[in-house]
Design a protein around this ligand. Sequence first.
Ligand code: NAD
Length: 376
Amino acid sequence: MPIRLAVPNEIAAGERRIGLDPAVAKKLNELGVDVRMQKGAAASALFSDEQYEGVTLVDSAEELYKDADVIFKVQPPTLDELNMMQDGCVIASFMAPHRNQELMQRMCEKKITSLAMELVPRITRAQSMDALSSQAAIAGYKGVLMGADRAAVFFPMLTTAAGTIRPAKVLIIGAGVAGLQAIATAKRLGAVVEAYDVRAATKEQCESLGAKFVDTGVSAEGEGGYARELTEEEKQQQQEVLDKHIAMSDVVVTTAAIPGRPSPKIISAEVVARMKVGAVIIDLASEGGGNCELTKPGETVDFEGRVVIHGPLNVPSQVPIHATEMYAKNLFNLLSPFIKEGELALDWEDEVIKNTALTHDGEIKSERYKPATGGA
Ligand code: NAD
């Protein structure tokens, strides 16, 4: 019997992505999977039901979940959704395990195998499955566009009959996946780009994309290539140099998120007060509270009519077509190696599956979130 793979409507407010795009639906069909989708579920991502060839459309979530073997989702399921699922099913989705203790417990009770997309290991083989990266790249791109849109100045240098306009100064803080895409996007728009990250290894990556790395004069490089703990004095020096660069920028895009932990506060209110009139901060770490002291997640703060601090949430949803396409591909790449002739057989010796499994067979599998380790 081929597995029934179900894709529900995402019910979380503001979520426009879903777990399947037409191209991945076709690939699953080719693997012999019986693919089902809730009617109209893809409308928020701007795909019509008709584009999903070979997919059975189902009227309600209850009907969809009740006999699904595998579920592809974006947002963690709610308890109501879990209750509709059959015991022992497999679900691949973001799970936000650090704030979803009850969800994990319920999945254990129902012996659900949950694959948490945030837990995909960051190894070369798993890059094509890495949804944190695919979605972070979208956020980095869109974050810069938001900055350009709200800025009081042009990004590129312009030579016009009315004079020459100097390019905007854009500072990207945090040079992970989102930050690097932000650098590339700001460069394409013609800004003068600077970047900063606590990891010195990112310097070369930033420079290769055309950004100038902010040199704080402090190196955390310790013996044998390991980072060493900085002294209080060094930390202060680092912050002072960074503050100067923030104060000189027209747009600052912050991306220093630490998954499952509050975002580090990197821009103080005092530094915002020193920023140029018309400057903009786009805080892409808002989900974890933000990198700026004045950020209000999900809101735009107008600081004394001089500086705008924008704290967007769920930025990938603002690019729903590509975000859905990339995310669906990540899910497919994670599970398709284990689908043969329409049947799913997960390999529990596989490094990616072992690491990505949050719950299986009534237990929390992830060491990080086992209650006994205090991780949750
Ligand atoms: P992230 O979203 O966790 O953090 C964003 C960046 O912010 C990181 O570069 C981090 O060093 C930086 N940061 C944290 N605190 C900071 C502070 N106080 N000041 C300034 N910067 C701060 O990171 P990410 O985008 O998920 O990626 C982290 C790293 O993992 C990157 O080097 C990336 O290339 C690597 N990665 C590897 C793989 C793989 O090999 N499969 C996949 C994805 C990412």
